[in-house]
Design a protein around this ligand. Sequence first.
Ligand code: FAD
Length: 407
Amino acid sequence: MTKALIIGGGIGGPVAAAALQRAGIEAVVHEAHAGPGDNLGTFLTLAPNGLAALRTVGMLDAARRAAAFPTTGIEFVNGSGRRLGRLGDGSERGPAELRTITINRGDLQRALAEAARDQGIRIEYGKRFTRYTETDSGVAAEFGDGSSAEGDVLLGADGIHSLVRRLMDPEAPNPAYTGLLGIGGYLESSDVAPTAEATTRMVFGKRAFFGYQTGPSGEVFWFANLGHSEMTAEEIAARGDDDWKSHALALFSDDLPDITTIMRAAEPSRFRPLGTYDLASLPRWSRGRVALLGDAAHAVSNSSGQGASLAVEDALVLAACLRDLPDATRAFAAYEHRRRARVERIAAEGRRRGNQKVGSAHPAARLVRDMSLRVVFALIARFGSQAWMNDYRVDFEGSDSSPGLRC
Ligand SMILES: Cc1cc2nc3c(=O)[nH]c(=O)nc-3n(C[C@H](O)[C@H](O)[C@H](O)COP(=O)(O)OP(=O)(O)OC[C@H]3O[C@@H](n4cnc5c(N)ncnc54)[C@H](O)[C@@H]3O)c2cc1C
């Protein structure tokens, strides 16, 4: 195995290329967009497990430099501001560099792309993948600009709506709508009271769910999830940004006043929602010389806070399996075997958390919800039951006496 073609220069793609390079396999990334991170104005969190995987491939410093905030804890309150619980990321047990960060998705993409290029990795922009053909000796990818590329394997890191997936397995299920629309943005400054240090405040409101965190200079990152039936992008756009803003303000009108303060100050364009989707379980992650990673293989709801971290973990395990096993078919089978149970468990957890975000018009229903959330958060805090997500580490390199992952 000498050369891998990677489709997608988002989060998993550049990291997979860096891990493959360490495994002695040349990798070239092909990205549809003209450059990294354009027009991706939403935030995500990178958890200790994802940060540890980035450290393994020499990309941690770049990600940390691009981070907006450290976010080591989440405080949960109801719409009246009554505390329901607090969860930490458990990172106080490890080195400071692995503490969860909140980062703009575009800034993260740019940082990873630059770190990859610094390591000598080629990322070709403006290369929209259109199809592939496979022979006994290799695989060829074709792009919208008429060009093509050849390699030993093709890795689809092309996100939740992956074309590689659809071509590889036309029977694969489509991503499922989670019942939530997502909006969010960033304000340079705001009059709201600061959140606790390195803590996102999440509000189970009367009719919808809101999250925000203030930074040291008064800046605010915010997002909201609104329960809604599925809509196409055209239907969403047709409603108009001002109307969406009024709708969101109305949904939170009986909740914490800080929510209204933040949303009033935000541009109407920040209220045009995106549907949130997941892909809980695919029948197959590979076929022949083609395999999937990240959201292309298993999209988890953003309620899990793990999508980016899982894409990074996948990249390392896939590279290690290609390094350690003699042929692609066995390597892909071992990779899937190592990854499937973990990512499907996190997908289910993300779904469960998302289902709790939809408010209710009935005070009694909200009371029951708040009581059960209090119990759940207390149990999680007491028994550290988030550790299975955040404390996971991919042992890619190992040590002299104990070699890393052998697939
Ligand atoms: C609003 C929102 C909030 C989120 N919050 C979190 C969070 O808090 N924590 C978290 O960990 N995750 C979060 N996520 C999920 C996270 O962004 C994804 O899980 C992660 O980006 C997956 O990485 P990936 O590399 O698999 O795919 P992506 O980052 O989506 O990258 C796919 C790349 O493939 C390219 N591409 C697509 N088709 C083609 C083609 N035909 N040819 C060439 N290139 C192509 C795309 O342009 C893109 O650059 C959130 C996502 C959203 C939308």
